[in-house]
Design a protein around this ligand. Structure first.
Ligand SMILES: Cc1cc2nc3c(=O)[nH]c(=O)nc-3n(C[C@H](O)[C@H](O)[C@H](O)COP(=O)(O)OP(=O)(O)OC[C@H]3O[C@@H](n4cnc5c(N)ncnc54)[C@H](O)[C@@H]3O)c2cc1C
Length: 461
């Protein structure tokens, strides 16, 4: 039987929640939250037990008195991926989502407990697999890889079924044109054909649909720490603030396992937790966030600037903050895109460690991120070869050996074995490995689309 996850509320906290919710009862076996539901109330167990089940009925956790049901989707509005069932006769408090959000803003100690629990549960959901969306498509398909990467960065619980390795999945999409891939199954069973990241986000109930033309006081491009910080300041000063993000909110920081040097968190904080807190804080002041919308052009005007987004949307704003951060330096290698997100990763944390479990991995780079990547990959059981970068003109020769699946390793982790050779290496030796983590530094995000003339403020790192 699964156990409670250790998060519990104190009696005074339950009393606060009681004032904002209603007390309900259910008999054993009642389904309180269904997979695929659009929304559900926050639930605090007063008596009895509530079980959390994955879509196949496997028990993931069980919450008893003082325990509670809820995770990050209570705040984001994302479609429910697991069900909650009364394991015994149960008495519980139900607090509606909007009411809970208000409480989180007003009651910091309660907010701390809930946000920590929500983040830990999201990580657990991503770790255990079997819940969430299913993406079916081959790694040779760019739209499939793009969607998988978006789902990973957005911290969706997800299973990718690569049709190159999975005959059952291949049969499920047999006869479809390449343009009809990937096939995506949502929690609850609905299917999407070749969705864009935006289609997927909106089908999951997150991601604001922008009007063709939006008018705001302040538009911010980029949802990393700098952009989210700007959103908090703008909105808290009363500006009608819109933040547009081309990928997942949180930026690079959102992928960091633990940030030790961020002001105000002496014990450190995970990047995902920092991002969730920043997003919650920005929304508290009324900032709107829109993802994924990529800015592609900016016309600086006299008093009103026009930001152009992919898909033809425009945002008219009196002020624009560009917080587009940095972009990873990529190895100048033919066909590198085919391997990115499959067996070449820019930075590596626990997720990549799990994906590459037990395979040979080369870490390219010798700085801070490379060291972090080496630690996480080695913890995942991978034999790691650190390869300090001496030159940016390294070579990687993909496709020379068998898929690592045939070598008895996780078929999920890679496409093909790659060999890597620093062009000015003294030894001249290459490295044969199944995966690469590339940490060869960053450059500013591309700015070709930016305005031709001031005024604008840039808040990129
Ligand atoms: C694995 C890892 C660990 C790290 N650990 C630490 C640490 O411990 N301590 C530390 O101080 N720093 C750490 N960093 C660095 C830190 O995360 C960055 O310095 C920080 O995220 C920079 O914030 P930012 O908002 O300026 O840019 P970013 O975080 O890069 O965010 C920029 C955002 O802008 C978006 N964007 C770019 N162009 C567009 C466009 N045209 N339209 C819409 N959106 C766009 C991007 O998608 C991105 O989300 C780490 C980074 C990584 C990757």
């Amino acid at each position: 039987m699964a156990h409670a996850d250790g998060f519990a509320l104190s009696s005074p906290q339950i009393e606060v929640l009681r004032r904002h919710g209603s007390e309900l009862a259910a008999t054993a076996g009642t389904v309180l939250v269904e997979v695929g539901a659009r929304s559900y109330p926050f639930m605090v167990v007063l008596e009895g037990e509530i079980a959390i089940l994955d879509p196949s009925g496997g028990e993931l956790a069980r919450h008893g008195p003082s325990g509670f049901v809820g995770e990050t989707n209570l705040l984001s509005g994302q479609t429910v991926e697991v069900s909650a069932v009364a394991a015994t006769d149960v008495r519980y408090l139900a607090v509606e989502r909007d009411e809970l959000r208000r409480l989180l803003f007003e009651n910091a100690p309660l907010g701390d407990v809930l946000l920590s629990a929500f983040m830990a549960r999201r990580e657990e959901l991503q770790r255990v697999g079997g819940a969430g969306i299913e993406i079916i498509g081959p790694r040779s398909s760019e739209p499939t890889r793009r969607l998988v990467e978006f789902a990973r960065r957005s911290r969706f619980a997800m299973t990718w079924r690569d049709t190159h390795d999975d005959p059952v999945a291949a049969a499920q999409v047999a006869g479809r044109l390449e343009t009809e891939l990937p096939l995506v199954r949502l929690p609850g069973g609905a299917e999407l054909t070749a969705p864009t990241p935006g289609d997927l986000a909106r089908a999951l109930g997150i991601g604001r649909q922008l009007a063709a033309v939006e008018e705001v006081d302040l538009v911010i491009v980029g949802g990393g720490p700098a952009g989210l910080g700007a959103a908090v300041y703008g909105a808290s000063e009363g500006l009608d603030t819109l933040l547009v993000e081309g990928d997942a909110l949180g930026g690079q920081a959102g992928t960091s396992r633990r940030i030790e040097n961020y002001l105000g968190f002496p014990a450190g904080i995970s990047g995902a937790d920092l991002a969730l807190r920043a997003i919650t804080q920005a929304r508290k002041f009324g900032a709107r966030t829109a993802t994924p919308y990529k800015a592609v052009g900016l016309e600086a005007g006299d008093g009103v600037h026009v930001l152009h987004l992919e898909g033809g949307h425009r945002v008219r704003a009196r002020a624009v903050v560009l917080a587009t951060g940095a972009e990873y330096r990529r190895l100048p290698v033919d066909r590198i895109a085919e391997f990115e997100g499959v067996s070449v990763f820019y930075a590596a944390g626990p997720q990549e460690g799990r994906l590459c479990g037990g395979s040979d991995v080369a870490v390219i780079g010798g700085g801070n991120s490379a060291a972090q990547a080496a630690i996480w990959l080695a913890r995942g059981g991978d034999p790691v070869s650190p390869r300090p970068c001496r030159s940016t003109s390294s070579t990687i020769s993909p496709g020379t050996a068998s898929p690592c699946g045939t070598a008895g390793r996780s078929p999920r982790c890679t496409g093909r074995t790659a060999s890597w050779r620093p062009s000015r290496s003294r030894t001249g030796s290459g490295c044969r490995c199944s995966s690469c983590s590339v940490s060869s530094g960053r450059t500013r995000a591309p700015t070709g689309w930016r305005a031709r003339s001031p005024p604008m403020r840039t808040a990129s790192s």
